[in-house]
Design a binder for this molecule. Structure first.
Ligand code: 28G
Length: 643
């Protein structure tokens, strides 16, 4: 007995140390303690239910946001095992909730126990970062329950009743001493669970928000899997063929599922997932898919004399114009690379996806010649447009060779030629552009004012974009080309900074530019070269006091409080609210928004650009209805996104 007690104690200490580490450095385990990290907690728990569904035992998942931002997740799987581990005296269920990475160590029953959101750290991390957690398990004829506070067991697993059902239910309240906010965003969770339901054919996920008087609720269940996903993505688009092309296969122990449908759009929309994680940076699975797609369509075009002997092959980008595709692979030991660890690195996956797409897509085209013809006609017209774009580009080059300058007339360039230290401010409006030109440090800061008509990137191919009076100066100033020609080593500025007002027009120009960079200069975003300037919203001033600039409403409230503590009342202060950049004189603009010592720059992430692109497609697409719906439903969202 004595010995057992001692051993139990030692283990328990080790356990607590593990979870203490999570509380000390939460960012290491869930990415951040912002609202994003908060949502991660929910994903971690739901992922465990999805794993149980992938193992073939769970059909339904219910997620509820209860009043007070308590999250409840319930599944009808087998229930976490409850038996007591002989050595430690701790139940299997408690171990899952108190030992770091327990989920991973126990893996091997579903085989792909690596899903766990972006970080795959599991239930114990959620437990560690929650004020309290309560787990209820139904299995072996009983109902069992245990509870925790900030990761520490306060009620060990005990049987509290009988039941002939099975399943797991988890309720938790995130820790407000760790997270910046506990306010879940229903729309964000809804989007993720819809996506998860698409990715797990037949699984029903219900989400309910009970925080308000009138609860919100949605149910997602798709028997069609990725086929349904692509139909959903293309809902408002004009399709080139009625049914998505769909393949599902296990090759070399790697399950691959792909759905493809072409639309009349000029964009490429390929979403890739590894173990249900959205790999926004792509990777080896995407590489294999692209290679096969290019080869299959070129081979078909040659064999059916659609491409003549003398004509060159179609390029990958020609063949991907207008494509909507979703690729989902399951990999046992995925290696995630890239800036945000969302790029698949496993080299064996390329060949697996490639050979599968090669085989199934070429069969499909042979069996569906009319679909093949419709797609290839579009590819060929894309390749012609690409030729036209090249000519447009060369025309610009030749013209500039004659006239001597490659740079747009409105650009006020900087004197340094060392791209690394150089910055370009892209500024909406001539008056703000004027202030920026006067206020800047001309050694390393260039100013490009933007004017002209907003271009519908949605309805334009590269040739039109090259000739667009709003975007052409941006292309020339950045100096690295666009599309497949884009060469990041040629960029003339290390920082490309979008400076626009905090109003609707400003949001418009930000959305346009981010969409443009996303589609035509993506490496610039991936490489972290794109930034948003943050002009202040308010200025507080008083005679004899240095002006105070506030960038948010919270900032303003904080400054008021600080000044009050110093004995300066609100009434003594003059408050100026800036409606636009144009209201600031050059010195103010420098001081608040351009001085590297004082300014706030927000680095644009690939995800921000993707969201901008999504919003732009909806705002600028053909159909009026989705646009109106989107604007009314998402007015708040568009604002919050700060794009
Ligand atoms: C409701 C919120 C979150 C879960 C299960 C089911 C099992 C399980 C979970 O086992 C450790 C690994 C294999 C035994 C597995 C039940 C096998 C047999 C499970 C969840 C120990 C974890 N019976 N359902 N974990 N196993 N749902 N939902 O967490 O060897 S977690």
């Amino acid at each position: 007995m004595e010995k057992y007690e001692h051993k139990y104690g030692a283990d328990q200490i080790q356990v607590l140390e593990g979870l203490e580490a999570v509380r000390k450095r939460p960012g290491m385990y869930i990415g951040s303690v912002s609202v994003r990290g908060l949502h991660h907690l929910v994903y971690e728990i739901v992922d465990n239910s999805v794993d149980e569904a992938l193992a073939g035992y769970c059909k339904n998942i219910y997620v509820t946001i209860e009043p007070g931002n308590i999250i409840s997740v319930e599944d009808d799987g087998r229930g976490i095992p409850v038996e007591i581990h002989a050595k430690t005296g701790i139940s299997a269920a408690e171990t899952v909730y108190t030992v770091l990475h327990a989920g991973g160590k126990f893996g091997g029953d579903s085989g792909y126990k690596v899903s766990g959101g972006l970080h795959g750290v599991g239930a114990s991390v959620v437990n560690a970062l929650s004020q309290w957690t309560e787990v209820t398990i139904q299995r072996d004829g009983g109902i069992y329950q245990m509870s925790f506070e900030r990761g520490k067991t306060v009620k060990k697993l005990e049987k509290i009743g009988d039941s002939d059902k099975t399943g797991t239910k988890v309720r938790f309240l995130a820790d407000d001493t760790i997270f910046e906010t506990l306010e879940y965003e229903y729309d964000v969770l809804e989007k993720r669970f819809r996506e998860m339901a698409f990715l797990t054919k037949g699984l029903k996920i219900t989400i309910e928000d009970k925080r308000e008087e009138t609860p919100k609720k949605a149910e997602f269940c798709y028997e069609g899997g990725l086929k349904s996903f692509v139909e959903y993505l293309n809902k408002t688009k004009e399709k080139l063929h009625p049914q998505p092309i769909y393949v599902e296969k296990v090759n070399n122990d790697i399950p691959v599922e792909i759905a493809i449908q072409y639309t009349t759009s000029y964009n490429e929309n390929i979403y890739t997932f590894v173990n249900n994680i959205n790999t926004i940076e792509g990777g080896t699975h995407l590489e294999g898919f692209k290679r096969a797609l290019t080869k299959v369509f070129n081979d078909y075009a040659r064999n059916h004399n659609i491409l003549k002997e003398k004509e060159p092959n179609l390029l990958g980008e020609d063949i991907r114009e207008g494509i909507t595709a979703v690729i989902s692979v399951k990999v046992k030991e995925p290696q995630f690379e890239g800036q945000t660890k969302t790029k698949l690195g496993n080299s064996e996956v390329t060949g697996v996806v490639q050979s599968m797409v090669n085989e199934s897509l070429s069969n499909f085209l042979e069996e569906n010649p009319s679909v093949a013809k419709a797609i290839l006609e579009k590819c060929i017209s894309a390749s012609r447009a690409r030729e036209a774009a090249r000519k447009a580009r060369e025309l610009v080059r030749r013209k500039t060779a004659l006239e001597g300058s490659t740079l747009p007339g409105k650009l006020a360039d900087c004197s340094s030629k060392n791209a690394e230290e150089c910055e370009i401010y892209i500024v909406e409006g001539d008056s703000a552009g004027g202030s920026a030109k006067q206020g800047r440090d001309r050694k390393f800061q260039a100013i490009l004012p933007l004017w002209g008509k907003m271009l519908n990137v949605e309805k334009s191919r590269a040739d039109k974009i090259y000739n667009n009076d709003k975007l052409q100066p941006v292309i020339l100033a950045v100096g690295a080309g666009i599309g497949a020609d884009f060469d990041i080593t040629k960029i003339r500025y290390g920082k490309v900074i979008i400076m626009a007002d905090a109003d609707v027009d400003g949001a418009h120009i930000r959305t346009l530019l981010l969409t443009f960079f996303f589609r035509y200069m993506r490496p610039l975003i991936e490489n972290g070269n794109v930034f948003l300037a943050q002009p202040p919203l308010y200025k507080l001033s008083k005679k004899g006091m240095e002006d105070i600039y506030c960038y948010t409403d919270e900032d303003l409230a904080r400054e008021y409080k600080k000044l009050e503590e110093k004995g300066i009342a609100r009434e003594q202060l003059a408050l100026q609210r800036y409606k636009g950049l144009g209201e600031m004189n050059p010195e103010q603009l420098w001081e608040t928004t351009m001085d590297p010592e004082k300014r706030i720059l927000v680095q644009v992430q690939l995800e921000d650009a993707m969201k901008a692109d999504e919003i732009f497609s909806l705002l600028m697409g053909d159909e009026v209805e989705p646009r109106r719906n989107f604007i009314t439903e998402n007015a708040k969202y568009v604002k919050n996104l700060d794009i």
